[in-house]
Design a protein around this ligand. Structure first.
Ligand code: ATP
Ligand code: MG
Length: 586
């Protein structure tokens, strides 16, 4: 990438930050005012010091004159420090606020991403963005604004004092500027490049650590602990060596700057000493120049440093922006459709994930409100894919899915999803109490409603054995529920959400037959007048449904009521026979 291209790229990335900074413009403006005041104070100090030195040398100075000059120096120093403190209190606070906003936007952006987004990325890499990139944007935004303003104001005030004193010496002081800035810029870029490698490697490490932690049962069950540690050791060693490379480059910064700084002192001493010898400059004025040089060196170094920091921040904001602005392929409709009633219709639906082969082919069926639909079919036949189309986790490739006669794509996503509750195949519980996990379905649910839902899901006996009852924390660092308990908790969550359309995706697979029977008959009452879709491998789960469809390789091969399907003596009948036999054997 050419330099100019990367700079314009960086600028357009940085434009993204503008709205964030604008939100805090009064704070930022105040910060800039403080930094100006601070630098007015600090750049006046050398002038007073120079005057003091010359005053000491001259004969007509009284003691009170000296006291007055020294108190001025003290007051200006304190003033400069105080305003610098105020600058940090405003600009650094602003950068923290921007960080907070970015973090919220990032999480909100994740919330609206389609399922595909999460299939394409690992949790570890999202976490790395979350911690590293947001952090580096914040580090850049505060210091970059602060250092830039500092450099500009220090230069402006110090130069005006210096030029006033002696033009030639001022020019001599500026000779090292390009050298120092170039050094910090070049090193800054190399540090940046090497930093990015470290960052990317960090993503691998977090992904690995996160997967080992969440997949610890599998790792143990297959006795892969040793291999996994070895792989992790390797990753860690790489991470170490990449960090060492970064440290080596960073280590060149200080010595390089010290050399250049000292070179600047030599220039000032040489030129300044010569001017003093020719009586064109007083010793006090030379001292004054020395202090200015000291004050200017850091801002000079900051020019290059800030430039490279801007590029780094731009890279981070670019990566974040790619996520924050990722176009959601699932765009909410805006028809004012009102509440969902529950009529569901699939019209010639075909679904392909990422343009691969058809997962669903020409699927058509309809369910009247209050009716129930059972879906059976072999593994991978497309059952979960069918129901993912209703809350629009995916959109159809061809055909249409209608609810109450409207295409689901016309609904506002909020309305659509509020009307549908899915108990997914893999239950997921948050690390929170059982009560809150159930209430997640509808945050306004009362304790009674939660208890009632738990009752339908046949949870109370399980809950009574837990140490804290409903208030037992589950999941990470809490008690671990059995597979069946998790499924029923997640069922209770769906029940409490009071949906118009309830979908159970193999949601009772880990529950024994008699409990399942009790749950299904309890559900019948709850679901009166609502639509239910039940997916199952077990015929016993779906046999009460008004209609049952049998899927095979993404196509509906049979449909009808339980009795009709048995009479047909097709696939459904075979499944039924086999399962009856299995039941008799066990
Ligand atoms: N997000 C996805 N991206 C790509 N392919 C997918 C995705 N989800 C499912 N598939 C594929 O679609 C096919 C149908 O999957 P689906 O999950 O709908 O089957 P299923 O009938 O629910 O199976 P099971 O009984 O095991 O739950 C499978 O071949 C699967 O590999
Ligand atoms: Mg499935």
């Amino acid at each position: 990438m050419s330099e100019s291209k990367s700079t314009t790229g960086a600028l357009s990335e940085l434009r993204r930050l503008l709205p964030y900074v604008q939100r805090y413009r009064s704070r930022t403006a105040l910060g800039l005012l403080f930094i100006t005041l601070s630098n007015i104070c600090s750049t006046t100090v050398p002038h007073v010091v120079g005057t003091t030195i010359d005053a000491v040398k001259s004969s007509g100075t009284t003691q009170s004159d000296l006291v007055w000059l020294i108190s001025q120096i003290i007051a200006l120093t304190i003033g400069s420090g105080f305003f610098m403190f105020c600058t940090r209190r405003t600009i650094i606070v602003m950068s923290r606020l921007v960080e907070e906003d970015l973090r919220n936007d990032f999480v909100n952006a994740l919330r609206v991403q389609p399922s595909k987004f999460f299939h394409d990325r690992s949790t570890g890499s999202l976490l790395a963005h979350f911690s590293n990139d947001i952090g580096s944007v914040r580090e850049f935004i505060g210091p970059a604004i602060m250092y830039t303003a500092n450099t500009i104001t220090t230069f402006a005030f110090a130069l005006s004092w210096m030029v006033n004193l002696n033009g030639w010496l001022s020019i001599a002081i500026l000779i090292p500027v390009p050298l120092v800035s170039t050094l910090t810029y070049r090193l800054g870029r190399r540090i940046h490049a090497s930093y990015r490698i470290v960052q990317e490697h960090y993503e691998h490490i977090t992904t690995h650590a996160q997967e080992t932690a969440s997949g610890i049962r599998v790792v143990r069950a297959y006795a892969r602990g040793e291999d996994e540690s070895e792989r992790f050791d390797q990753l860690s060693r790489d991470y170490y060596s990449k960090n060492m490379r970064l440290a080596r480059i960073q280590a060149m910064m200080m010595p390089g700057m010290t050399v250049l700084f000292n070179l600047s002192y030599v220039i000032v001493i040489g030129v300044g000493g010569w001017l003093v010898a020719r009586n064109e400059l007083t010793v006090g004025e030379l001292t004054q120049f020395f202090i200015y040089l000291n004050q200017l060196l850091w801002p000079i170094a900051a020019i290059g440093w800030v430039t490279s920091m801007i590029q780094r921040g731009a890279a981070s904001i670019g990566r974040l922006g790619a996520i924050i602005d990722a176009p959601s392929t699932i765009v909410s409709g805006n028809a004012s459709t009102g509440q969902i009633n529950g009529k569901v219709e699939f019209r010639n639906v075909t679904l392909r994930y990422d343009g691969r082969s058809d997962v669903l082919q020409d699927v058509s069926f309809s369910i009247a409100p209050g009716e129930s639909l059972g879906i059976v079919g072999s593994v991978g036949s497309g059952k979960s894919s069918i129901i993912g189309l209703l809350p629009r986790l995916y959109d159809v490739s061809e055909g249409s899915v209608l609810i109450d006669g409207h295409d689901v794509r016309q609904y506002q996503l909020g309305t659509l999803r509020a009307g549908i509750a899915v108990v997914p195949q893999e239950s997921f519980l948050f690390s929170d109490t059982i009560r809150e996990n159930i209430r997640f379905g509808r945050p306004t649910a009362t304790d009674q409603e939660v208890a009632h839902a738990a009752e339908i899901a046949q949870l109370p006996t399980d809950i009574s054995t837990l140490p804290g009852g409903f208030d037992t924390v589950v999941g990470e660092r809490g008690v671990t529920l059995s597979g069946g308990q998790k499924q029923r908790t997640s069922l209770a969550r769906a029940i409490v959400s009071d949906p118009r359309i309830l979908i159970l995706d193999d949601a009772l697979s880990a529950v024994d037959a008699s409990t399942e029977e009790r749950i299904m008959s309890g559900l019948e009452n709850v679901m009166k007048g609502r639509t239910t879709i039940v997916i199952s491998h077990r015929i016993s789960t779906v046999q009460r449904c008004s209609t049952i469809i049998v899927l095979d390789k993404g196509k509906i091969v049979e449909s009808g009521s339980h009795d009709e399907l048995l009479q047909r003596r097709g696939l459904y009948f075979d499944m039924y026979e086999r399962q009856q036999l299995e039941q008799q054997i066990s």
